[in-house]
Design a protein around this ligand. Structure first.
Ligand code: NAD
Length: 247
């Protein structure tokens, strides 16, 4: 494993109670960062804290779609330094054609994946501007580039995250703040349970590498994007789809 220096860095990782978010949190801790995981699943959050037993790991119960809660949580932090923000909280929702897609599911998927990213950036960007330092990584998806059939809400939300990343990256480029997105292919996390088995198999069949992405592979890329070493790349989309998307 390569080394990254994240000492004296404070990171917030949304959706950090499991899956990609938790793996990123563990790697950040290993490299010396103080990490706060935000999630709306309180049970999973407290399980993680009990299991990890690391004084540099803290949590807040946060629903990223709730602006007031996100704002209050930041205001309650004694130390107002946030060096790294990983917008990772996400849901896929059910598998169905657009014309059969339930309106409530559509709205919820846009709300968590896209509006949640907007809300966290909206609250935390001013802190980064004040400190003239920040690294934001938005966890999008290859479906936001390619569009997956029977996942129009998720694909639209993730495409929106890519647009947000490009706009915000340009808005913050004059500061030492980088905003980038990653577009992972499928990985074995709990999120796969939300989709049909056939849909997951179809996604996998499109990946030239012929396998699922490992959590560790994603968190390595996120570590570099979140480090001082990433001093130039911003407003960019980093592909990690095993060859599925080549643009
Ligand atoms: N696993 C994959 O195949 C895959 C592929 C591409 C992109 N992604 C993206 O990676 C990110 C992480 O997904 P994962 O695979 O680790 O899934 P996961 O289900 O294991 O973890 C997602 C976490 O987000 C939390 N969450 C959901 N809604 C929330 C809300 N409103 N507020 C706060 N937290 C909330 C959940 O409680 C959960 O802990 C998501 O954005 C997902 O879309 C995943």
């Amino acid at each position: 494993m390569n080394n990254f220096d994240l000492k004296n860095k404070t990171a917030i990782i949304t959706g950090g109670a499991q899956g990609f978010g938790l793996d990123i949190a563990k790697k950040f801790l290993h490299f010396g960062a103080e990490v706060r995981i935000w999630d709306n699943d309180e049970t999973e959050l407290s399980n993680v804290i009990k299991k990890e037993k690391n004084e540099n790991l803290k949590y807040d119960v946060v629903d990223v779609t709730n602006f007031d809660v996100v704002k209050k949580t930041i205001e309650n932090l004694k130390n107002s330094k946030v060096d790294i923000l990983i917008n990772n909280a996400g849901i896929t929702g059910p598998t169905a054609e657009l014309w059969n897609y339930p309106i409530e599911d559509w709205k919820k998927i846009i709300d968590v994946n896209l509006n949640g990213t907007y809300i966290c950036c909206k609250v935390i960007a001013p802190i980064m501007i004040k400190n003239n330092y920040g690294r934001i990584v938005n966890i999008a998806s290859v479906s936001g580039k390619d569009g997956n059939a029977n996942a129009s809400a998720y694909s639209s939300a993730k495409a929106g995250v890519l647009g947000l990343t490009k706009s915000l990256g340009k808005e913050l480029a004059e500061y030492n703040i980088a905003v980038n997105a990653v577009t992972p292919a499928g990985a074995k996390t709990r999120i796969l349970d939300q989709m049909s088995k056939e849909h997951v198999q179809r996604m996998l069949s499109k990946v030239p590498r012929g396998r699922f992405l490992e959590l560790d592979e994603l968190s390595s890329l996120v570590c570099w994007l979140s480090s001082d070493e990433n001093s130039f790349s911003t407003a960019a989309v980093f592909d990690i789809s095993g060859g599925r998307s080549t643009y």
